[in-house]
Ligand binder design. Structure first.
Ligand code: ZN
Length: 132
């Protein structure tokens, strides 16, 4: 089963929890045991799995990305002025795969699936692919 999740980001750089929406697709897929791939269809956004309990972790991800990839010094800035956003997205990667067992995502207690917006605000499309 495949579904597209659409979301609107609000900030230039932010981390948005997708876990409940992905879990809902897994439930409706009826897959008991298999894999769930979450893939963002954009070059300036990424998918990560990390802690979703303490919002400080999301703030730290944003702060660390800004330190690693400062704005305004990249070759691609000459084209559309968002070279740093592409580097942040490339560093994190566009997808994650989570095992499915007992009909649900086998995430750890503190883990969640999140979209990292690197060049918002924008409309984003995320493919959720569940296979048994
Ligand atoms: Zn660009």
């Amino acid at each position: 089963m495949q579904e597209i999740i659409r979301t609107r980001t609000r900030k230039k750089l932010e981390v948005l929890d997708l876990t409940p929406r992905v879990a809902d697709v897994v439930t409706r897929s009826g897959v008991g045991e298999g894999l769930c791939t979450v893939f963002v269809r954009h070059a300036t956004a990424a998918i990560v799995i990390n802690e979703n309990a303490d919002p400080g972790v999301r703030a730290d991800i944003v702060a660390a990305l800004d330190k690693l990839f400062p704005e305004g010094m990249w070759e691609h800035d000459k084209v559309d002025d968002n070279g740093a956003a592409h580097l942040k997205a490339a560093f994190l990667g566009p997808s994650e795969t989570v095992p499915v067992g007992g009909g649900r995502l086998l995430l750890g207690t503190w883990q969640g699936i999140a979209l990292v917006e690197c060049d918002g605000p924008r409309e984003r499309e995320i493919v959720v692919d569940v296979r048994g």
